[in-house]
Design a protein around this ligand. Structure first.
Ligand code: AGP
Length: 614
């Protein structure tokens, strides 16, 4: 997810664009850039790795005059965060500059055709391909910039919100969107453009939301024009902004964590985009396929991770062993790095890290590299230290996760692990096509199932009021639901400060059941699976000791709903995907209890989003 802003009007563009980037920095912050057209028609482009602050320092002594311009703060998807890959990207003649939020899925095919027509590229981004394509169309058909953009977008597959400016064209910005947000602010003789309303609201509360498949021609001295890609003009609906700036950065949610919980249907789409065939017949994870022999001939797969990422790795262990019959171990990175582990050159080590900067996980990677193991990364932040330290990897593409408590990254990690298992099982020939398709179609259905689970929001909010003042919690689950129970407990403890522990449900009899009384609430994940009856027995054991049970059950549950004190019903999915579905109500449960207790949900005490120290 990146942030884009634009301005054309009567004021200097530079301060408006820079301030707008600061408002959008929550969307991405690994590099930034700006392009301004001055009154002489010069197109000045400045960009650099780093935050918006670094861009300000970089442009201190530059010509940033002009009242028309665009600017971008990046969350890398294709191409490391560096000066060259930063936006704006410009055409070969440097006469067109473009900024982009989204992913051009067919950029490789488009790039190949442009190379054949003699084009050269500075960066390895998908975005540069688009601006070069626009120039190619403009130069070969002698059409207007607007027409060239329109024609280029008809050839694009993927998601985009773009803004384009042109040398010598002092009055215009051309914008367009598909699957990525874009809004135009309607000022008095001036126009604002942004990924959301936060950069706009201090100038005007009159906005036009550009719809999917639409383009906007923004000219300082003409009315806004909005058309579709067939150039059919669409009615412009001006809306009035009602929200405060701080709310807008959170998309109207009170906390980033709640926003990110509710983003999960979309982030799962982003995670599987271009990787799972629309009919579920195939899964393509390029990093795995390119190194399939390493995986298929591996003596073992060893996951190294911390916290929530370690819980995701436990699920990865289960699904890869179950589906691919490859031995898997899961290690706390902090323990692995210091205990002189036995690592073989034919081991594959998978490092799991949302931030890609966790010191213990990075150190564990280095230990594994010293022993010659093949290192694979599952990260969210493109170009992060762990991502750069690995031999290959798969990004989870869930966008910046701002809330310290990991939510959408967890579901993204489990989604990627499922795709790894499917890819390897198919290559190894140890999964039937029907079994493969069932799980792959389960992945395709996940956004809908997670959206359905999010409809529990009100029920969970009401339930949280009953347990706000509990002093302890136990979370239980079996099989795939055991790591989900551990993750649910971590969510609660890290944002509400209530002590909570996750256990395999069968483990209760080996000690923890001594804790059960009427003061000990127990969350039991009891969804339908081959050990459901055993979990039912565990619930009965708890009830026999006056424990209060909150059960997470499947839609067609037959027994638990008559035993548990409270039931949370979630939709069915393939068993290996249920940790993703059940984690949604548990995330909400932790969130609302923390809010009830007045906690700093996004920045809980003592914690940091990325533990870059030991
Ligand atoms: C999870 O909610 C916590 N924020 C924490 O456990 C986190 O998962 C852990 O620090 C690992 O972070 P990473 O995924 O960025 O490596």
């Amino acid at each position: 997810m990146c942030g884009i802003v634009g301005y054309v009007g009567k004021r200097d563009a530079y301060p408006i664009l820079i301030k707008g980037l600061h408002r959008l920095e929550y969307r991405g912050y690994d590099s930034a850039g700006i392009a301004i057209v001055n009154p002489q028609g010069d197109l000045n482009i400045y960009k650099c790795r780093g935050k918006v602050f670094d861009l300000e320092k970089f442009t201190q002594d530059k010509d940033v005059s002009g009242t028309a311009g665009i600017a971008h703060t990046r969350w890398a998807t294709h191409g490391e965060p560096n000066d060259v890959n930063a936006h704006p990207h410009y055409s070969e003649s440097r006469s067109i500059a473009l900024i982009h939020n989204g992913i051009i899925e067919n950029y490789a095919v488009l790039k190949e055709a442009l190379v054949e027509n003699g084009y050269t590229f500075q960066s390895c981004t998908d975005t540069e391909v688009l601006v070069q394509l626009i120039e190619y169309i403009k130069s070969t058909t002698n059409c207007s910039l607007f027409e060239a953009v329109q024609s280029a977008l008809k050839r694009v597959v993927g998601a985009y919100a773009i803004a384009v400016v042109e040398k010598g064209n002092y009055d215009e910005i051309i914008a367009a969107r598909k699957s990525s947000p874009l809004v135009v602010g309607m000022g008095d003789g001036e126009f604002f453009l942004a990924s959301d309303a936060t950069p706009i609201i201090e100038y005007t509360d009159q906005v036009v939301y550009i719809n999917d498949g639409e383009m906007a021609l923004i000219n300082r001295s003409k009315p806004l024009k909005v058309v579709n890609l067939d150039n059919v003009e669409t009615r412009i609906g001006i809306e009035k902004l009602e929200m405060s700036i701080s709310q807008l950065e959170k998309g109207g949610y009170p906390h980033f964590m709640l926003k990110e919980i509710h983003e999960q249907p979309k982030t799962i789409v982003d995670c599987i985009r271009g990787r799972v065939a629309a009919d579920g017949s195939n899964v393509v994870l390029s990093g795995v396929l390119a190194n399939k022999d390493k995986f298929l001939n591996a003596r073992r797969i060893i996951f190294v991770a911390c916290g929530t990422s370690w819980h995701a790795a436990l699920i990865g262990e289960h699904i890869i062993e179950d589906m691919c019959r490859i031995p898997v171990e899961v290690e706390y990175a902090s323990e692995f790095r210091y205990r002189n582990p036995i690592i073989y050159p034919d081991d594959v080590v998978i490092a799991v890290s949302q931030s890609g900067e966790t010191a213990d996980t990075l150190a564990a990677v280095e230990v594994a590299k010293q022993h010659g193991a093949f290192i694979f990364g599952i990260c969210n932040v493109v170009g992060s230290s762990i991502a750069r330290a690995t031999d290959s990897g798969a990004y989870i593409h869930v966008g910046p996760e701002i809330g310290v408590a990991s939510t959408k990254a967890f579901t993204g990690q489990v989604t990627v692990m499922t795709m790894i298992a499917l890819t390897l099982a198919k290559e190894k020939g140890c999964i039937s096509q029907p079994e493969f398709t069932e799980v792959a179609q389960g992945l395709l259905a996940l956004p809908r199932l997670v959206a359905s689970a999010l409809e529990l929001d009100k029920q969970i909010k009401d339930l949280s009021k009953i347990f706000t003042y509990a002093h302890n919690f136990i979370y239980l689950g079996r099989g795939y639901n055991y790591p989900a129970a551990m993750e649910g407990a971590l969510k609660l403890k890290e944002i509400s400060y209530i002590h909570a522990e996750g256990y395999p449900a069968a483990e209760m009899k080996h000690g923890p059941i001594a804790l059960i009384d009427s003061e000990m609430p127990v969350v039991v994940i009891a969804t339908a699976n081959n050990i459901y009856d055993k979990t039912v027995s565990n619930i009965q054991e708890i009830k026999a000791r006056n424990g209060r049970v909150i059960a997470v059950v499947s839609e067609n549950d037959t027994q638990v709903k008559d035993i548990a004190d409270y039931c949370i019903t979630v939709p069915e999915a393939p068993e290996c995907l249920m940790p993703i579905v059940v984690s949604v109500p548990l995330q909400l449960f932790a969130y609302y209890i923390a809010v009830n207790k007045g906690r700093d949900v996004d920045q809980p005490r003592n914690l940091a989003k990325s533990v870059t120290v030991e």
